[in-house]
Design a protein around this ligand. Structure first.
Ligand SMILES: C[S@@+](CC[C@H](N)C(=O)[O-])C[C@H]1O[C@@H](n2cnc3c(N)ncnc32)[C@H](O)[C@@H]1O
Length: 309
C-alpha cells in the first residue's frame, strides 16, 4: 500500500474510535515503523509500505484504540526536551512535572546548591533533566521499585550522565547524608479513586507510582517526617501535588518544621508545585526570647520609652 493512502486510513480509524490526538498519533506511528522524518510524510507520499510494516502499523493502531498511551506503545517519551526510555515499571512522565524541574533549576541557579536528592525517581526524567542543565551538582535518587531503578539507570546512560547515584530505598530510609535540595513527585491519588482513572493511566501506570493511600496524602506524611533531617540548614524541598492538595500538603510539611516559600501553578492554572525551606528554629527562639525580655523590662518599667525593636 502507498504511504498517503495508509496515512488517511489510520487517521480515519483512530478518529472513528474517538482518539482525540488522531493526526499526531498517526504521524508518530508511521515515523516509528517506517523510520522516516516529518518531511517524508509530506513530500514522499508515494513510499510503498511492505506487508510486514503494514502489520506492525495495524497492531500499533489497535493498541492505541485500546487506550494504550503512545509512549507505552513506542517505549519512549519526550520530557524537558530530552528522550527517556519507559517500561511498565515506571510512570509515564507528565508535562506538569516539568514545572518541578524548572523550579529546581531556578533554585540551583540562585543558591549555593552542591547536591540534590530525588525521592521516587521512576524513569529518572526529573533528576536527569535537572542535572543535564546544572553542571557540577551531585545527584542522588531513590525508588522503592527495583525495576524502576534499572529503567532510570538506562536513561542515565542514554542521556550521558554519570554523576548520579541511584539506589533502591523506601523513601529516605537507607540514606544517611544531607542534601541541599530534595525534589519529589510522589504518588498522590486516593486509593478509592484509582478504579476511576482514564484507561490510559489506570491500565498502564504502575499502581505504586499513583497510589497515595486512603486520602492521597500518605507519601507526603512519610516524606515530611524523614526529609527535615536530610536537608542541610539552608536547604530546600520542592514537591509536586495533586490539583486540590496545596492546603493539606502545606499543613503536613509545616508540622514537620518546613516553611512554605512559594506555590507554583501548572499550565492549567492549578496549584501543582510547593517549595519549602527549613524553619529557622534558632532565629525563632532568639526572637521569642527577645520579645519575652522586652515585655519583662516593660512590666518592670525598665524599658527605655523611645527604644524600639
Ligand atoms: C508519581 S511517580 C514519579 C516518577 C518520576 N519521578 C516522574 O515524575 O515521572 C512516584 C514514584 O515514587 C516511587 N515510590 C512509591 N513509593 C515509594 C517509596 N515508599 N519509596 C520510594 N519510592 C517510592 C514509585 O515507584 C514511583 O516511581
Amino acid at each position: 500500500m502507498q504511504l498517503s493512502e495508509l496515512h488517511k486510513n489510520v487517521v480515519k480509524k483512530l478518529n472513528a474510535n474517538n482518539i482525540e490526538s488522531s493526526s499526531l498519533d498517526t504521524k508518530i506511528i508511521l515515523k516509528e515503523v517506517l523510520k522516516i522524518q516529518d518531511k517524508d510524510l509530506i513530500l514522499d507520499k508515494n513510499i510503498n509500505v511492505n506487508p510486514l510494516e503494514d502489520k506492525l502499523i495495524t497492531d500499533m493502531v489497535e493498541e492505541r484504540i485500546n487506550r494504550k498511551p503512545l509512549s507505552r506503545i513506542i517505549g519512549r517519551k519526550e520530557f524537558f526536551s530530552l528522550e527517556f526510555e519507559i517500561d511498565d515499571s515506571v510512570l509515564d512522565p507528565r508535562p506538569e512535572t516539568e514545572h518541578l524541574v524548572e523550579e529546581a533549576i531556578n533554585l540551583i541557579q540562585k543558591n549555593e546548591i552542591k547536591n540534590i536528592l530525588e525521592l521516587g525517581v521512576g524513569s529518572g526524567c526529573v533528576i536527569i533533566s535537572i542535572l543535564k542543565i546544572c553542571n557540577g551538582i551531585k545527584g542522588f535518587g531513590v525508588d522503592i521499585s527495583k525495576d524502576a531503578i534499572v529503567n532510570a539507570k538506562l536513561n542515565l546512560t542514554k542521556n550521558k550522565l554519570d554523576d548520579c547515584h541511584l539506589v533502591v530505598s523506601d523513601w529516605a530510609k537507607s540514606l544517611n547524608m544531607k542534601f541541599d535540595l530534595i525534589v519529589s513527585n510522589p504518588p498522590y491519588i486516593k486509593s478509592s479513586d484509582l478504579a476511576y482513572l482514564p484507561k490510559e493511566v489506570g491500565n498502564h501506570d504502575p499502581s505504586i507510582s499513583l497510589n497515595g493511600g486512603y486520602d492521597g496524602l500518605e507519601s507526603y506524611r512519610k516524606i515530611a517526617k524523614q526529609a527535615c533531617d536530610l536537608l542541610t540548614h539552608n536547604g530546600f524541598l520542592i514537591i509536586e501535588i495533586g490539583y486540590n492538595q496545596a492546603k493539606d500538603v502545606s499543613n503536613i510539611f509545616n508540622s514537620h518544621d518546613f516553611k512554605l516559600l512559594n506555590k507554583v501553578k501548572d499550565y492549567s492554572d492549578l496549584e501543582r508545585i510547593l517549595i519549602f525551606s527549613k524553619k529557622k528554629i534558632k532565629k525563632q527562639w532568639k526572637s521569642s526570647f527577645q520579645e519575652a525580655s522586652v515585655s519583662l523590662l516593660k512590666k518592670l518599667k525598665l524599658f527605655p520609652k523611645n527604644l524600639s525593636f
